[in-house]
Write a protein that binds this ligand. Sequence first.
Ligand code: R5P
Length: 302
Amino acid sequence: MPSRPTTLILPGNEAFGRGIADVLGGPCTDAGVHAFPDGETRVRIDPGLDYRFTVVVCSLFRPNERILPLIFACEALREHGAEAVILAAPYLGYMRQDVAFHPGEAVSARIFARLLDDWFDGLVTVDPHLHRIPSLDRLFAKPARAVAAAPAISGWVKDTVPDPLFVGPDSESLQWVKRLADGCGAPHVVMSKERHGDRDVRIAAPNLRAHAGRTPVIVDDIISSGATLVAAVEQVRAAGLPAPVCIGVHGLFSDDCLGRLSAAGAGRVVTCNTVPHATNAIDVAPLVAREARGLIEALYGG
Ligand code: R5P
């Protein structure tokens, strides 16, 4: 393997992609994506680079509009000498539909994984939403690695929030909230959530008053409609605690999510930079880059 793989960046991933390339140390280039008037797409890569080992950077939020340009870019790389193409997708979409919740539903997590398997030699992502499927290797046939954002989030909280109380909005969040709390030597609590619809979430909280004097830090893996965080913020404020810091690993921010969080009494809202957004404050690109380099070395020799 050349010691320095090339980084190819899909549009919208420029800052994260440069962060990856800084660690990998090889050439870095942008894929040119042109939208034709009829909605079709042309993808072009610089034909003059060494693509034998390439890390393609493309966060897969709003995946329907991203997947075809990504596949076109991958095929262009193969036609220009790529032997190994590793996808760095800091946010991996479609992981939440991991079973048929109702008869007749397609299990998109499996289908999406199979599609990526067909095109890429390996994948690196950040905290994928794995709930009923325990690990990525149950979904992907090719090597797929999940980077934990927890060390970067812990670092940010230690530097920024005095006396934190970590709050998980639902039972699924226990895994990362406990890890963060332990990393910061702080207490944690976990709420219980019932979802009645895309934007209809009800949350019950344990006794929060016992933690008066601490700054609540609510952490969720995904902020989508914001319904989960809004309900959690309401519980925190109803218990008389100060405005909580809200942290999302992946901030998708559908609807007027930030406005509703503010109206509910949230304090600062921050996210990791897996999905580009004004709230990005926690950089996980170096973690992803190191994992991608490790994956290439494991597959093709260091
Ligand atoms: C759910 O299982 C996830 O961990 C998040 O809590 C959820 O995706 C958040 O979605 P929303 O912001 O729409 O409530």
